[in-house]
Design a protein around this ligand. Structure first.
Ligand SMILES: Cc1cc2nc3c(=O)[nH]c(=O)nc-3n(C[C@H](O)[C@H](O)[C@H](O)COP(=O)(O)O)c2cc1C
Length: 151
């Protein structure tokens, strides 16, 4: 299977919640017969991201509405891409945060915006999860996997 057809799940995290959800997404995808791989955002060569046509982002927000440390370089790289560089990509974003902060889930919102700006096609509306994220995330993952299977 070429990387074109594989699902890549990229997580931006500080304390591991996004990573665990990414593992759940990969496991769910594999159970449905899809090939899927998860990487921390700092563990993928930025240009390699372009060779995938199915991307799920799971990203928390840190500081005051900022990207987690491991997401910053890939986010900057993606922001610097041309307007149609991601035209062959389908994507969905799962955002983690905490409503106690003014800039709730801002990092996930930025990913959702920038991927669309660079030409990628959104296949599911982003969900912004509060600290008790498990149920919302699980429901979103199920729906996204179904959509991916139909692509
Ligand atoms: C120091 C600190 C800063 C945070 N800043 C924000 C923020 O600005 N906006 C937000 O929505 N959530 C914020 N959060 C909440 C985290 O995004 C949330 O706990 C998330 O589940 C962490 O996921 P992770 O383990 O994948 O990093 C912050 C949490 C901490 C501890």
């Amino acid at each position: 299977m070429s990387s074109e057809e594989k699902l890549i799940v990229l997580y931006g995290t500080e304390t591991g919640n996004s990573e665990l959800l990414s593992m759940d997404i990969c496991k769910g995808a594999e159970d449905l017969g899809m090939e899927a791989k998860a990487f921390g955002m700092e563990d993928i060569d930025s240009e390699d991201m372009l060779s995938y046509s199915r991307l799920v982002i799971v990203c928390s927000t840190w500081g005051d509405g900022e990207q987690p440390d491991n997401a910053m370089d890939l986010f900057d790289y993606t922001e610097g891409l041309g307007d149609s560089d991601l035209a062959n990509m389908s994507f969905a974003v799962l955002a983690l945060g905490d409503t106690a902060f003014d800039l709730f889930c801002e990092a996930g919102k930025e990913w959702d915006r920038v991927l669309e700006e660079k030409g990628a096609t959104r296949i599911a509306e982003r969900v912004d999860c509060d600290v008790d994220y498990e149920d919302d995330a699980e429901e979103w993952i199920e729906a996204v996997l179904e959509t991916l299977q139909e692509l």
